[in-house]
Design a protein around this ligand. Sequence first.
Ligand code: DBV
Length: 248
Amino acid sequence: MTLYQPFIEQAIATLQAKLNLETYPIPSAFESKEGVMGKGKKQEPVLTTSYGFQSDKLRQIRAAHVQGGNSLQVLNFVIFPKLNYDLPFFGADLVTLPGGHLIAIDMQPLFSQDKSYQAKYTEPIMPMFQGYQKDLPWGGDFPAEAQQYFSPAFLWTRPTETEVVKTKVFQAFCDYLDAYLNFVEQAEEVSDPQKLAAILKAQKSYADYRAEKDPARGMLTRLYGSEWTEEYIHGFLFDLDRQLSLAS
Ligand code: DBV
């Protein structure tokens, strides 16, 4: 069992228990993809698998799971709400590289500067965040332009012990997902045209930013080539623009 397998299994079990879950179509080239990392004797097979779901209020729930041996494990898991809800995104980037672990978990806000939005979606989870900070301290250096996409409850940490990932990080991931699904349960449809326009703009901005700056682009391109990688990013991982142009 690889490091992040229990995370994805627990996430799917929770989603199934709490939502009216349906699958989200995954282009067949992306369901499962094998590649090789490294050269000569250090070659290591790498398997990337994708998961996709949706529900009444959630447009796309998707995960990419990269399994490449002890020094390459990634679970990138994002939930994109439907455009008629003001829900934040759920975002988890769990990354294990030869240099160590890099953990990002958050409920990423649509409107990071809006005090009433923070009161609704960040303040309720601050105690949970603060509870984890003791064991999972701030991870340091962080791209400045990404800051607007994160909440004050952003858990960003670089554990040195794998045991910490298996215990504290796993617990935090489960707690954040549970808290997120409580917000989903409470969310009410937005119908005000001005609010809908603001949500659309914020959703596009987030998806465009993530597609453009995907930190996995280099790794995926080395593994699977640029054509496959760009299609994976724009046609599955961050597909909002595509879906909008298909719908219009
Ligand atoms: N990150 C993704 C997807 C991945 C993925 C779809 C399929 O968005 C993996 C895989 N993240 C991934 C990998 C690395 C990171 C790093 C492989 C390591 C890259 C490397 O060192 O070569 C949060 N992820 C990171 C970093 C950050 C994040 C800040 C460090 C990047 C850096 O040092 O430049 N997650 C990332 C992020 C957002 C998010 C920026 C959103 C706005 O949700």
